[in-house]
Ligand binder design. Structure first.
Ligand code: CP
Length: 324
């Protein structure tokens, strides 16, 4: 597939930190016409016909993996899924060798989720195919950040000046980093809230407001993005107990009812119900958690389209069968 060099996002999408506000807005605007395709009876346009995309998922995923696969299939790309289980990674093959062997079969794009921070960049530097980071260690999860921004923009009709607080396990969260970079670039005000043991030591360098009490965060914010406690990345000692965490930092209906305004509630999933978020909030009237999932497909369609060299002004035409 040609045209990657001329693509408005460059060759790869590795994070939101390197993107400009204009590039982020371009992705969100390009996602808009793609939303409608998923509402059709026949959810398919020929926009990426002939493109071959490999989804390399070396860490567990439901939303991101399925969402990318739907986005690729709805754009008519040919897709192959590779996981660490059942592939030659189990026999010790390196990431680069795996990718180079796939490239020898003439692929165009790789979507990668990996447990190591920097894995997507490492791969992008070594292969010619476009690389999309679907979450690398504790570094970034750019398409999650983008779908969060799109969901907030849908709800508030603006991002500039919006007050968004990211609550919970910021330390281990690539979602937090992508949200902080993305939101700040488009003019939102960003805060974090959680126990100090779950905030990065260098939190000051991210230039965000820090709340030690969730009640103060709720009073300040227009929206809360509630993060999962990443128990699988904790070796112990970060919090006294899950019960204690819920008591002090849990986002509950009782706490939200004391807020001066109705707060929009996001969560990237998967949720620990009754730990970082209570069920009556997750399933409540101000939750946009399933809207985030729906928007994920459109955002990923937009990213695939733009990286493949698609021109933003033709995204609308792509809906009715126009190509790259
Ligand atoms: N939000 C998110 O990345 O979810 P998955 O781990 O299920 O992909």
């Amino acid at each position: 597939m040609s045209g990657a060099a001329a693509a408005p996002l460059g060759k790869d999408l590795l994070g939101l930190e390197p993107l400009t506000a204009e590039q982020i807005t371009l992705i969100l605007d390009t996602a808009e016409p793609f939303k409608e395709i998923s509402e059709r009876a026949i959810k398919k346009v020929p926009t990426l016909r002939g493109a071959t995309i490999v989804n390399l998922f070396f860490e567990a995923s439901t939303r991101t993996r399925v969402s990318f696969e739907f986005a690729e299939k709805r754009l008519s790309a040919d897709t192959v899924n590779v996981g660490s289980t059942g592939s030659s990674v189990q026999k010790g093959e390196t990431l680069v060798d795996t990718a180079r062997n796939l490239e020898a079969m003439r692929i165009d794009m790789v979507v990668i989720r990996h447990g190591a921070s920097g894995a997507a960049q490492f791969l992008a530097d070594r292969i010619e195919s476009n690389v999309i980071n679907a979450g690398d260690g504790t570094h970034e999860h750019p398409t999650q950040g983008l779908l969060d921004l799109l969901t907030l923009r849908d709800r508030f009709k603006r991002l500039d000046g919006l007050k968004v607080c990211i609550v919970g396990d910021v330390l281990h969260s690539r979602v937090a980093r992508s949200n902080i970079w993305g939101l700040k670039k488009v003019g939102a005000e960003v805060a974090v809230c959680g126990p100090r043991s779950l905030l990065p030591n260098a939190i000051d360098e991210l230039e965000v407001e820090v709340f030690d009490r969730v009640e103060d965060a709720i009073e300040w914010a227009d929206a809360l993005n509630v993060l999962r406690l990443q128990l699988e990345r904790m070796q112990g000692g970060y919090i006294p107990s899950l019960r204690e965490y819920n008591r002090v930092f849990g986002v509950s209906r009782e706490r939200l009812e004391r807020a001066p305004r109705d707060l929009v509630i996001l969560h990237p999933g998967p949720m620990n119900r009754g730990v970082e978020i209570d069920s009556d909030v997750a399933d409540g009237p101000f939750s946009v958690i399933l809207d985030q999932v729906t928007n994920g497909v459109a955002v990923r369609m937009a990213v695939l389209y733009l990286l493949s060299g698609g021109r933003p002004e033709l995204a609308e035409a792509a809906k009715s069968g126009g190509g790259r």
